[in-house]
Design a protein around this ligand. Structure first.
Ligand SMILES: Nc1ncnc2c1ncn2[C@@H]1O[C@H](COP(=O)(O)OP(=O)(O)OP(=O)(O)O)[C@@H](O)[C@H]1O
Length: 235
């Protein structure tokens, strides 16, 4: 569904930060992009969605596939109401009203935004703005979702609904790439992990492979394996 070949990328042409990030995401797969602060997760995501200026490599999205992106910082239009945001997203994805309206209403209910349709999201709390973006993205039923830190700022009920939605979209055959620091959720949700450190890939694979790579017993958590890999420098 998505092939990522980043030879190098960075904020300045002469000083690339990312080096040799290569991975593929298949339909029906949830892949976790994991790394410490500053490891390069957001830079990788920005390189994929095309908002980084200096990228050397090749990003290939399967023909005619729709991509939805949920950024870490919710950015919304100042003068559009919640409902107008939903209508705008539906229009740009050319979705018929009979399809998008019931989906939108269902998502608003799940994320406790029913009744706020005619309010301006710029006046919402950060978590509510994050939920608005989640509703906008999942309403489109995209083929691939790229989600930067989906759990930060969400209350426990919204987190639960988001986890269910991610599973639901995976079941539908969507591919999902998500960066996160919430490793217990990542461990449950993700089929595979890409671990980054200082702009480089230090591991790719599933939890079993990571346990083997770090010489840990079966049952060791993603957090403990990740810690081992970074702190003990297992290679
Ligand atoms: N707008 C920017 N301009 C210049 N350098 C940046 C910019 N944003 C990030 N960087 C640098 O790029 C490197 C990777 O940052 P990135 O935001 O990709 O990390 P991250 O893994 O997403 O971290 P976090 O978990 O803290 O969000 C860091 O050294 C950071 O200082």
């Amino acid at each position: 569904m998505l092939q990522v070949h980043i030879d190098s990328a960075g904020y300045q042409q002469k000083e690339p930060y990312l080096q040799n990030i290569h991975f593929t995401i298949c339909p029906g797969e949830i892949v976790g992009l994991i790394g410490a602060n500053g490891a390069g997760k957001s830079t990788t995501i920005k390189s994929i969605i095309g908002t980084m200026e200096h990228v050397h490599g090749n990003i290939e999205l399967e023909k005619d596939k729709q991509l939805a992106y949920i950024p870490e910082e919710p950015i919304l239009y100042d003068r559009l109401t919640l409902w107008e945001h939903l209508r705008l997203a539906a229009t740009s994805y050319e979705m018929p009203q009979t399809i998008w309206e019931p989906r939108a209403k269902d998502l608003l209910k799940k994320f406790s935004l029913t009744g706020k349709e005619h309010e301006l999201p710029i006046h919402f709390s950060k978590g509510m703005r994050q939920k608005t973006l989640i509703c906008l993205s999942f309403m489109t039923e995209a083929d691939i979702y790229i989600i930067d830190e989906p759990f930060i700022g969400l209350d426990p009920i919204a987190t639960k609904h988001l986890i269910n939605l991610l599973y639901q979209e995976k079941e539908r055959g969507a591919a999902l790439l998500m960066s996160t620091h919430v490793l217990d959720s990542a461990e449950k949700l993700c089929d595979r992990f890409i671990l980054l450190n200082e702009g480089n890939t230090i591991f790719q694979g599933d939890l079993l492979e990571l346990q083997k790579e770090t010489n840990q017993s079966a049952g060791t958590s993603l957090l403990d394996c990740f810690y081992e890999l970074l702190e003990e420098g297992v290679s």
